[in-house]
Design a protein around this ligand. Structure first.
Ligand code: GDP
Ligand code: K
Ligand code: MG
Length: 300
């Protein structure tokens, strides 16, 4: 046999929850690196992102899904389909909630979706760093009335509290299986995708409400230049020319800041010097145009 060694386990785990509960933060904490962008704006994550966690005993491939919510545009529709589709393909689902906020319509809607699947669902109570420990039990009772959860685990995704417990518990739900990804690989997404997301993240962080949902970023070129410098050219799409003005800023100040912060993150990610060029283009109503969504990588 294998000298009494336990077999290697592997499986897929989806992270679901309404916007801003900390799904991307949790995945980044688990993976230990920044692959899914984070911000305090809802609908930050638009594509399904895989995060790969590998130890000597197991490999868990996490799917950080765009939030499940009622769609209001073609992009919203894509995001919802992508999240719901993920749930039936996985070995376990982490239903993330924010303990510092009331159980709301968004949570109930997701629980309704979770009732339709056979997959074990963990109730993960996130942001415990924001509440008194005594506040947890009443919250757990409220959720337990609505669904029968396989496990209930309080965590702080931001600080990392109890995240190893969560991983250990997940391990118990995995079966013997292969390594899907090499041990040193942390994401299935090409570098271009992460770079585009980093640019979008900076815009989300630096601009106000109106802009975030109106932008898309496309990497047009990426190649090695002189002295190991990587040249990256990216286009930021906005829906209206007034938004173009905001993204560029007074005398280009906003775009300059976006570029500086994104470049610093990219240099850490790629481990090389980056020369980043940004353009801003108006593409009216891109969120509702199928052809535009396709060319930006949103596929059904
Ligand atoms: P997502 O929309 O579910 O992916 O949420 P994000 O991961 O983008 O996080 C939304 C916001 O919540 C960000 O500002 C995070 O820093 C914050 N956040 C996430 N997890 C925690 C946590 O455990 N504690 C606290 N205090 N904040 C958190
Ligand atoms: K968010
Ligand atoms: Mg997210």
């Amino acid at each position: 046999g294998n000298n009494g060694k336990k077999p290697f386990k592997s499986g897929f785990v989806a992270i679901v929850g309404r916007p801003n509960v900390g799904k991307s933060t949790l995945m980044n904490q688990v993976i230990g690196q920044k692959i899914a962008i984070m911000s305090d704006k809802p609908q930050t994550t638009r594509n399904k992102i895989h995060g790969v966690y590998t130890t000597d005993e197991m490999q868990i491939v996490f799917l950080d899904t765009p939030g499940i919510h009622k769609p209001n545009s073609k992009l919203g529709d894509y995001m919802v389909k992508s999240a719901e589709g993920a749930l039936s393909e996985v070995d376990a689902v982490l239903f993330l909630t924010d303990v510092s906020e009331e159980l709301g319509g968004g949570d109930r809607y997701i629980i309704e979706q979770l009732k339709k699947i056979q997959t074990p669902v963990f109730l993960v109570l996130n942001k415990i760093d924001k509440v008194h420990p005594e506040a947890l039990l009443p919250v757990i009772e409220k959720y337990a009335k609505l669904h029968s959860f396989a496990e209930v685990i309080p965590v702080s995704a931001l600080r990392g509290n109890n995240v190893t417990t969560l991983l250990d518990q997940l391990g118990r739900y995995l079966e013997a299986g292969p390594m899907y990804y090499p041990a040193d690989q942390i994401t299935d997404h090409p570098e271009q995708f992460v770079c585009a997301e980093l640019i979008r993240e900076k815009i989300l962080q630096l601009t106000r409400e109106e802009i975030p949902h109106s932008i898309a970023v496309e990497i047009e070129s990426m190649g090695k230049g002189d002295k190991g410098i990587v040249n990256i050219g990216a286009v930021i799409y906005v829906e209206r020319s007034s938004q173009k003005g905001i993204v560029i800023g007074k005398q280009g100040a906003m775009l300059k800041q976006v570029g500086k912060l994104a470049r610093e993150d990219m240099e850490r990610l790629l481990g090389s010097k980056i020369f980043l060029e940004l353009w801003v283009k108006v593409k009216e109503d891109w969120r509702n145009r199928d052809s535009v969504l396709k060319s930006l990588g949103f596929r059904h």
